[in-house]
Design a protein around this ligand. Structure first.
Ligand SMILES: [Zn+2]
Length: 78
């Protein structure tokens, strides 16, 4: 698995395996839940996908929010 679910937080920016139709490949996480909501950083299009799809499609975390880096849980399986 390229990404651990405990790393998935609001406002991280991830790259997905397939670029969006607009050509962008950076997606910001805007909703957490049973489905993960992501927004294309290039065209602002929003999509929802099940967590299992999200885990499969993320290749790398491009950016994490720099606020409160110490608050990231290190050993928590969500
Ligand atoms: Zn797009």
């Amino acid at each position: 698995m390229p990404i651990a679910m405990h790393e998935v937080q609001l406002d991280i920016v991830v790259q997905l395996r397939k670029p969006h139709a607009c050509g962008g490949n950076a997606w910001r996480v805007v909703r957490l839940g049973a489905d993960i909501g992501v927004r294309c950083e290039q065209c602002q299009h929003r999509i929802l996908m099940p967590r299992s799809d999200f885990e499969r499609r993320v290749t790398v975390i491009l950016a994490r929010p720099s606020l409160n880096p110490g608050s990231v849980p290190q050993n928590q399986d969500v």
